[in-house]
Design a protein around this ligand. Structure first.
Ligand SMILES: [Cu+2]
Length: 130
């Protein structure tokens, strides 16, 4: 292959990659393959998520479809705007008083991504249902 042929091939491959990446189907599959920070095997005990000036910790959790997810949110400092926890898809919005454990529970019935945010949609985390 000469230089021009290589360049042409590269252009075609790149255009294809961009096309697939922008396609909704590919996005869903990426979400299913994405590696969460923590995989939670069991929710016998609620899983603790802290909210601080660093945001949510952990920021991404892996769970299984059909598994009842129990999260214990605790806001540990006032140097953030995380005074609410919101799961838009689940229609959940709860106040997060300082240093109080707030339980959020739901059962995801589909694979994919479930986002959660602070009341102003600034701090972000996600549940990857696999
Ligand atoms: Cu906020």
């Amino acid at each position: 292959m000469n230089k021009i042929q290589k360049l042409a091939l590269f252009t075609v491959v790149s255009a294809g990659a961009i096309f697939f990446a922008s396609c909704g189907q590919a996005k869903t599959e990426n979400a299913a393959r994405e590696k969460p920070e923590v995989v939670v095997e069991s929710f016998d005990q609620p899983f603790k998520v802290t909210v601080s000036k660093n945001g949510f910790e952990p920021k991404s959790l892996g769970v299984k479809k059909g598994q009842t997810v129990k999260l214990a949110f605790i806001r540990t400092d006032e140097e953030n705007c995380g005074d609410e926890i919101v799961f838009p898809k689940q229609n959940i919005r709860k106040n997060l008083p300082l240093n109080e454990t707030v339980l959020v529970e739901f059962t995801p019935e589909e694979t994919g991504e479930i986002g959660f945010t602070c009341g102003m949609d600034m701090l972000r985390g996600k549940i990857l249902v696999q």
